[in-house]
Design a protein around this ligand. Structure first.
Ligand SMILES: Cc1cc2nc3c(=O)[nH]c(=O)nc-3n(C[C@H](O)[C@H](O)[C@H](O)COP(=O)(O)OP(=O)(O)OC[C@H]3O[C@@H](n4cnc5c(N)ncnc54)[C@H](O)[C@@H]3O)c2cc1C
Ligand code: FES
Length: 270
């Protein structure tokens, strides 16, 4: 069950001009969160903006005994709420409702986990990578960003034993271009006997390209969609995604409750 808490800001670490990691004291949410779930956050007091905004749970924070104490958010500043979260001060309080939505399904060995992240789409993968590595699943993170200084937490993933494949659009780190190119090559060169689960989060074009590539090579693919969400609870229908049904028709699901993690081969991308 989601809980609605007024969470204290424990720390706010800027990563770049646009990105920061906000740590919140929220033990109830931390204790209940699975990888891929999100929280609805309202930064600041007052009515502007009126609506909360959705954020993936990035990290689970624990005390020295391993007991969950809070969560962190990987935030990219693009508008009014994300600017407030970027500027939040320690001891400030933010309204935080969660955990919400359907999480990723976590696989077991010998299936490998290939995570595909674009930009702030990295957010759900810190927790997913931890859960997969705890089960000894071999993991690769395909991670694309605009430039080198927007590739974050590389040492964190390396420390977990995750293989990294990196791209930047300007060529300042890793391969030049989009992350789907090395992913396609890896899909093409992997033997059919190798069992792989793809997980993707990022801009919709990247999600569509990843899901289509996975389908071409017969690999299952779970995508975390990022629609605009007004409520996060199934009440406003701002977040619908068209999905194929078993009989060749199309129906719409509310991605806040049916997702945000959905089967990539069932989404109608065009
Ligand atoms: C399930 C889910 C998880 C998310 N996780 C994260 C996360 O971990 N970190 C993070 O930084 N962001 C995440 N987002 C995106 C985040 O919710 C939006 O960036 C945020 O709502 C923007 O709020 P704002 O008030 O700053 O921008 P606004 O002032 O509301 O909007 C600024 C501009 O951004 C556009 N915009 C707003 N929301 C979105 C969106 N979801 N997709 C594309 N364009 C949008 C608006 O149309 C407008 O043009 C997630 C979204 C979803 C649905
Ligand atoms: S965000 Fe309101 S129904 Fe999904």
């Amino acid at each position: 069950m989601p809980v609605d808490v007024t969470a204290e800001v424990i720390a706010n670490r800027p990563l770049s001009h646009d990105y920061n990691v906000l740590a919140l004291r929220a033990p109830e949410i931390a204790a209940a969160t699975s990888p891929g779930q999100f929280v609805m956050v309202k930064a600041g007091l007052g009515h502007d903006p009126l609506l909360r905004r959705p954020f993936s749970v990035f990290e689970l924070l624990r005390d020295e005994r391993g007991i969950p104490t809070g969560i962190s958010l990987l935030n990219k500043r693009i508008g009014i709420s994300t600017a407030r979260i970027y500027a939040a001060q320690t001891d400030e309080r933010v309204a935080c409702l969660g955990p919400l939505g359907r999480p990723f399904s976590v696989i077991d060995p010998p299936t490998e986990g290939w995570m595909v992240a674009g930009g702030v789409g990295l957010a759900p993968f810190a927790l997913l990578a931890e859960r997969l590595r705890a089960r000894n699943v071999a993991c690769t993170l395909f991670y694309g960003a605009r430039r080198a200084d927007e590739l974050f937490y590389l040492d964190f993933f390396r420390g977990l034993g995750v293989e990294l494949v990196l791209t930047t659009e300007d060529g300042s780190h890793g391969e030049t271009g989009r992350i789907v190119a090395p992913l396609e090559r890896k899909l093409a060169s992997s033997s059919a006997g190798r069992s792989v689960m793809l997980y993707a989060c990022g801009p919709e074009g990247m999600l569509a390209a990843t899901a289509k590539a996975a389908a071409r090579y017969g690999r299952p693919c779970q995508v975390s969609v990022e629609r605009i969400m007004g409520c996060g609870l199934g009440g406003c229908y701002s977040c619908v995604v068209p999905m194929r049904n078993g009989t060749g028709g199309v129906h719409h699901v509310r991605s806040c409750i049916a997702g945000p993690v959905l089967a990539g081969d069932q989404i109608v991308w065009d």
